[in-house]
Design a protein around this ligand. Structure first.
Ligand code: 0L1
Ligand code: MG
Length: 267
């Protein structure tokens, strides 16, 4: 993936302020490429990096990363052939079984993911699935609440990367397990909303194996000049499609061998 950048420092800062406003005050904006059609993936990551720098300087704690657009279905839906990554902070974490407010989100959707917690540093550019499994302390079931800030879901990869891969909230739960005790390719997941099954899938939907997505994330980090520190929380990408949620909805994600994660949404 080329990380070539074309935007000036002033434009990066301007776009970061635009994304920060949309994220923190929960309003939709047009995709960034409407104004900057020549924007590259490298420019998207430059905006994302500046956004992370600003949040950290405001006291947010950077706790890990997420891989996004890791299933063939999602890539096809978006017309892209490369996944994306985004950062996670403590302010995005929500406890299991909690009430999650939608008032500070634009159009939230939920997806089931396997999360990894690492016990050793990982570095690209040639990180492999086996490297990830050796560096993993445990895996746990998680739900990501994504929230694209772009009007009517009209976006492209450059804009989504600048918007931190639509990251908004995440909930970990269930049972922490040693990944060597599980077959992480064939893990089944069922998502229920208000008692109805709304999505289901198997973990192989994530690049064939969720640890493959974490390796990909580490290799993208290397292109950005970064490593994944020990103790990171990493979301490996949606196994199921993203399902829209609204106040009053109760969501439970049931993972084979890992237990379940639940939450409810309030205004
Ligand atoms: O987590 C993800 O797969 C990122 C999705 C980005 C695009 C969207 O908001 O649907
Ligand atoms: Mg996701």
């Amino acid at each position: 993936m080329s990380m070539e950048t074309t935007l000036s420092r002033e434009d990066i800062v301007r776009l970061t302020e635009r994304i920060e406003g949309a994220q923190t005050r929960a309003y939709a904006i047009p995709k960034l490429t409407d104004e900057y059609p020549a924007m590259t993936i490298g420019d998207g990551y430059a905006v994302q990096t500046e956004l992370r720098r600003r949040f950290v300087s405001q006291g947010h704690r950077h706790v890990g990363w997420k891989a996004g657009l890791t299933s063939r279905a999602k890539m096809q839906q978006m017309g892209v052939n490369v996944p994306s990554i985004g950062f996670l902070t403590d302010r995005m974490a929500r406890p299991e079984n909690s009430a999650i407010a939608t008032g500070d989100l634009v159009h939230p959707r939920v997806e089931c993911e396997v999360a990894f917690v690492t016990k050793a540093e990982l570095a690209g550019p040639a990180c492999t699935r086996d490297d990830v499994l050796s560096a993993t302390d445990y895996v746990l079931p998680a739900v990501e609440i994504i929230d694209s800030r772009f009007s009517g879901f009209q976006f492209d990869l450059e804009s989504v990367i600048a918007d931190n891969g639509s990251s908004a909230r995440f909930v970990g739960g269930g049972r922490a397990r040693d990944p060597h005790e599980l077959d992480l390719r064939t893990l089944g997941v069922v998502m229920e909303k208000n008692g109805e099954i709304v999505a289901m899938g198997a973990s192989a939907a994530v690049l064939g194996h969720p640890a493959e997505a974490v390796a990909m994330l580490v290799n993208i980090l290397a292109e950005l000049g970064e490593r994944l520190p020990a103790g990171s929380f990493v979301m490996s990408g949606g196994i199921t499609e993203a399902i829209a949620v609204a106040p009053g909805d109760n969501v439970i994600a049931r993972f084979q061998d890992l237990g379940s994660v639940s939450m409810r949404f309030v205004a």
